[in-house]
Write a protein that binds this ligand. Structure first.
Ligand code: ATP
Length: 230
């Protein structure tokens, strides 16, 4: 019997996609043995409203350019094609319809994003439909997860050990069918905000972007002298 497909779902505004995003996708794929990771740029990110974000077609194209040479990373335009705000629960349901029955989905997110998870649409349904994979991010602490209502009774010791680098992975059940997997990844001290600031201020990027993405930004005059925050 063939084992079910294991698919990572890595969503983001990707404004722009940077080396940190790609490194995380690859590191998680290897760490938990995923068949592929889907990078899914948000069409209209629900948490980043009221701010100017470059059109989705540019962000999507940058993600497409960035995965060249990464055969296990794929790009999905699902959220860009969908009207309205890009809610992850709708994306997961659409993927369930498109993949063979029994496919296991792993939603990948940074620790900063996970701290906001309870404010997402239908968090309980998401927890029941996919495993959650939360990766470390500089400045954020796994130990702070006990501030989240649904993790308030979690043993803090393994969380502290993750923060201290004495442990690289810790997991426990979320529901009878799904798990929360915490992974300490190599530190990637980069954010899209920092990149936009560098670009608008004419500063050097110091290898923070895949080269094809950097060329695309220059060619299309993205982020020039603006603060395209998100
Ligand atoms: P911004 O600075 O505009 O908020 P960002 O760099 O956080 O952007 P997003 O597109 O918002 O990028 O992030 C998509 C996902 O990637 C989120 O789950 C976020 O937590 C995660 N992520 C982004 N950069 C890192 C990083 N350096 N380390 C760990 N996780 C990251």
């Amino acid at each position: 019997m063939t084992r079910p497909l294991r698919v990572g779902i890595f969503g983001g505004t990707f404004n722009p996609i940077h080396r940190g995003h790609l490194a995380i996708a690859e590191e998680v794929r290897k760490a938990i043995g995923l068949d592929r990771v889907l990078l899914i740029p948000a069409g209209r990110p629900p948490h980043k409203t009221g701010r100017k974000i470059p059109p989705a077609k540019h962000r999507l194209e940058m993600v497409r350019l960035s995965v060249r040479g990464h055969p296990d990373l794929e790009v999905s335009d699902l959220e860009v094609r969908r009207r309205g705000k890009s809610y992850t629960i709708e994306t997961v349901k659409a993927l369930e319809r498109n993949y063979p029955k029994g496919t296991e989905f792993f939603l990948i997110l940074g620790l900063d994003a996970f701290m906001e998870f309870s404010t997402w649409r239908s968090p309980d349904e998401l927890k029941a439909r996919c495993h959650l994979v939360v990766v470390s991010r500089p400045v954020f602490l796994f130990a702070d997860l006990i501030r989240l209502d649904f993790l308030s009774k979690t043993d803090p010791k393994p969380l502290r050990e993750l923060d201290q680098g004495r442990r690289v992975r810790h997991e426990f059940p979320l529901t009878p069918d799904t798990r929360l997997i915490l992974i300490r990844v190599k530190a990637h001290d980069v954010s899209a905000t920092q990149i936009r600031d560098h670009l608008s201020g004419g500063k050097r990027l110091k290898n923070l972007l895949p080269p094809l993405v950097e060329s695309y930004i220059i060619k299309n005059h993205l982020y020039e002298g603006t603060t395209h925050s998100s």
